[in-house]
Ligand binder design. Structure first.
Ligand code: G1P
Length: 289
């Protein structure tokens, strides 16, 4: 059977797996979720959420765990703070706290009871995805400064035009292939790489290419179905990559190379670089820091 791209509803739902512990940032992450650590003036998760909203998503599904309450509070209204700012006439600050999310956007929080892997985290949102819609998965650790629009918007444009599932990719150093999902591809098609296979964290000598998956996906609902009986893979975890691999015979997938600079905010170096990069940008724009 050749892969088909069935008619799609517009992309509206984005899943943010945010249940991880963030042990690399201890002691800060003992009480603050790693997604709430700030790059310049806003938490890392805010950048990911903004990127999804810019791509047209209005339903944000956070897969959370214990001690992640700060994320819910951040995206919720804060009547006491607003009243206080209003009373003091601090209109600029009031605008900032009121406009963290546009009014048409809704947030949902689903607890992942056990850390069984990225595939399992995504599966926790299964009840919120209908069988005829694609959904986005955004991994907030990958923070990407991309012009003229966000990476998910670029992926959404390809998805809307072709009905294909789209995964963001970047060429990674050969010694780093074992840290990523890696594509098997056979050349270019319309600026994207048709995906013929995908493997999670292969050994360098087994890697089918050095095109690494970056944390942005637009996936068909069938992937969610496949996750339901996905057996553990690399690292003993239920891997999203493995469910995608099983979906390849049924749906066309392409890898879209990211245009822009990526920061791995899951690592201390990447996080510090992101702060310097966005901080310098703010200075260049003449903003008071
Ligand atoms: C996850 C995915 C992997 C992908 C990576 C991108 O791995 O499983 O395929 O390449 O995100 O950041 P993790 O970094 O969570 O181990």
């Amino acid at each position: 059977m050749s892969p088909t791209n069935y008619p799609e509803k517009p992309l509206r739902k984005a899943i943010f797996p945010v249940a991880g512990f963030g042990t690399r940032f201890l002691p800060a992450t003992k009480s603050v979720p790693k997604e709430m650590l700030t790059v310049v003036d806003r938490p890392v998760i805010h950048y990911a959420v903004q990127e999804a909203i810019d791509a047209g998503c209005d339903t944000l599904i956070f897969i959370t765990g214990r001690s992640k309450r700060a994320i819910e509070d951040y995206f919720d209204r804060s009547p006491e703070l607003e009243a206080e700012l209003e009373a003091k006439g601090k209109t600029e600050a009031l605008d900032i706290v009121r406009n963290i999310l546009p009014s048409h956007v809704r947030c949902f929080y689903v607890r992942q009871p056990q850390a069984l892997g990225l595939g399992h985290a995504v599966l926790c949102a299964a009840d919120m995805i209908s069988s005829d819609e694609s959904f986005a998965v955004v991994l907030p650790d990958d923070l990407i400064d991309s012009r003229p629009c966000g990476v998910l918007s670029q992926m959404q444009a390809v998805h809307e035009r072709t009905g294909q599932a789209v995964i963001a990719v970047e060429q990674v150093a050969q010694q780093d292939v074992s840290k990523y999902g890696i594509l098997k591809t056979d050349g270019w098609m319309g600026g994207a790489l048709p995906i013929r296979g995908i493997v999670e964290k292969p050994r360098s000598e087994d890697a089918p290419s050095n095109w690494g998956v970056i944390g942005r996906y637009i996936l068909p609902a069938r992937v969610m179905e496949l996750l339901k009986d996905q057996v553990p893979g690399a690292g003993g975890e239920i891997q999203l990559t493995d469910a995608i691999a099983r979906c390849l015979p049924h749906h066309e997938f392409v890898g879209l190379p990211i245009s822009g600079k990526r920061f791995d905010c899951g690592s201390m170096n990447g996080f510090l670089e992101a702060n310097m990069h966005f901080g310098m940008q703010r200075v260049a724009q003449g903003a008071a820091l």
